[in-house]
Design a protein around this ligand. Structure first.
Ligand code: ZN
Length: 139
């Protein structure tokens, strides 16, 4: 896999095969006017197969959501053709409109227009709590 073609942007690597479109949608990449390449079923020495997303654009994009989707993903940030940062995404401290509170008495069940806000309360056990009713949500 060569990333030389990218001048500035991101290479999101080690995506589980078949998951790249889900990630593409979560990041709303279709709405941005950026050049994106999706590579499906690339060969990987580690896991056999993987998907890769390349974003060839200088942009300030929030990739925290990837930590929720799959923390095994590797993010490479490219500046002027060089990898300046390589990291695994961490679980975001807050998820907005990603997971739904399951408490039937929660205000979000009644007032559907409210954003679903969940805060990370236990990083180790991947536990979020609803901001409104504090209901536990495992992810
Ligand atoms: Zn709730």
């Amino acid at each position: 896999m060569n990333i030389d073609s990218i001048e500035n942007g991101y290479v999101i690597d080690h995506i589980k095969p078949g998951k790249s479109f889900e990630i593409y949608n979560y990041l709303d990449l279709g709405k941005l006017d950026v050049s994106v390449a999706i590579i499906k079923n690339a060969r990987s020495s580690k896991t056999g197969k993987k998907d890769i997303i390349k974003i060839n654009e200088k942009l300030d994009i929030n990739l925290d959501i990837l930590g929720y989707l799959d923390s095994d993903i590797t993010i490479n940030k490219i500046v002027n053709g060089k990898i300046v940062k390589k990291y695994h995404p961490e679980l975001p401290k807050r998820l907005v409109n990603i997971i739904k509170c399951k408490n039937p008495r929660c205000i979000t069940s009644i007032e559907q227009e409210l954003p679903q806000i969940c805060e990370l309360t236990d990083k180790e056990n991947r536990i979020y709590r609803c901001k409104y009713c504090e209901e536990k949500i495992d992810v």
